[in-house]
Design a protein around this ligand. Structure first.
Ligand code: ZN
Ligand code: ZN
Length: 241
């Protein structure tokens, strides 16, 4: 993404429902997966990174399958399984080849060593990519809030999800003027969504039936929008490092 491209991507995404950064990061990650499968499978460094990460986190792994990606999935995952089984093989006693034959005294150590072999040595490469894209987009968004077009587009948008709001305030190389302006604009988005939820709950009149939302009611989907605003579609590695 070029500086110029990022500006326009953000403005366009702000006209769409939900957090604009979630939307753009999702698109970028899917494009990254395509590139990985169609152009980078033969790159030794990439394969080594994926092997060291013991594949991908569960959330990103769920994006990988596809009829045109069978061969790619076979190559990548053969790599991982081959590495794990080879290292486990090296830990097993040479004479019996079986972990169950290890004496109780040494068994704890062998189990710990087996665990270390299975554990990822680095984060999921797609999670790393998402973090990089987020920082790039959030920095551009915050810096360009001084531009009237960005300011108006963000004001009219549905705002950032909470995880991206949190991340935005931690991005380096952005002036305090821009960050405080971001807080003011984002607060309005959060308060508006909260008020829509209050209105939605008041309308239920205390009786929550679990029927499908009334599509004719523009506020009918307030609970699902609020859930997306609170959690975003931010993928965190599932405790893997
Ligand atoms: Zn978001
Ligand atoms: Zn991941």
């Amino acid at each position: 993404m070029t500086q110029h491209g990022t500006f326009h991507d953000l403005i366009t995404a702000m006209a769409e429902p939900g957090c604009p950064v979630c939307r753009l990061v999702d698109a970028a990650t899917r494009a990254r997966i395509d590139m990985l499968f169609y152009e980078q499978l033969t790159l030794v460094e990439i394969r080594a990174e994926i092997r060291a990460a013991r594949g991908f986190c569960s959330a990103h792994a769920s994006l990988l399958p596809g009829p045109t990606r069978m061969a790619g999935n076979a190559i990548l995952h053969h790599d991982v399984l081959n590495d794990v089984t080879r290292q486990l093989g090296e830990l097993a006693p040479r004479r019996t080849g079986s972990f169950a034959s290890i004496l109780a005294l040494a068994a704890r150590g062998a189990i710990r060593a087996a665990r270390d072999v299975i554990a990822p040595k680095r984060a999921c490469v797609l999670c790393d990519y998402e973090r990089e894209q987020e920082v790039l987009l959030l920095r551009a968004l915050a810096r360009d809030l001084g531009d009237r077009r960005m300011y108006e587009a963000f004001k009219a948008s549905q705002g950032l999800c909470l995880p991206h709001f949190h991340a935005a305030l931690g991005v380096s190389d952005v002036s305090v003027e821009r960050l405080t302006l971001l807080i003011d604009l984002q607060r309005a988005h959060l308060e508006r969504t909260r008020d829509e939820l209050s209105a939605w709950m008041a309308k239920q009149n205390g009786s929550y039936d679990f029927e499908a939302p009334d599509l004719a009611d523009p506020q009918g989907d307030a609970p699902s929008r609020a859930a997306r605003l609170v959690s975003g579609r931010v993928i965190h590695t599932d405790g893997r490092r």
